[in-house]
Design a protein around this ligand. Sequence first.
Ligand SMILES: [Fe+2]
Length: 163
Amino acid sequence: MPAKPSYLGLLNAIAVAETAAGVALGEWAEMTTDKRLAKTLRMVAMREAEHGLAFAKRVMELGFEVREPEHDPGASLSKVVHSNRSDVSKLRALSFHKGPGGTDVFDSMFMDKTIDPVTGGLLGRYIAEERDTGWKLKAEYDRLHARDQAKKQRAAAKAASGS
Ligand SMILES: [Fe+2]
């Protein structure tokens, strides 16, 4: 067996988490009645699933096997997706109302100076896509939140006019 890269655990964690996220987000796309959100979720789910496969492939190319964790890495995401919350509430619960500003979990991934170029290329694309996903889901949150607020204002105005 080849020498174990220091970043193998990171690759494994990404492979299993992205695979699980791909499934959960695909299910959300099927559940929502908002066509625009469904389209965004399908694209994001496809990205997640592809990241899962690409990182699993990289683990294997390095000479190892993907290890499944003891706990389901998608459990908390799946719980929110399958809750009876509204889409806006789900996006907020998953912190997609914030957008990828400030520091994030990806900032430290390149601290390891031994990452090989092929893995580095994959990791760079992954990070950029995850952040782009964050912006796309924030845009969905903003759109749906604004729609809800406008609906509330119309209802309040109607109540105030006594009709
Ligand atoms: Fe992801």
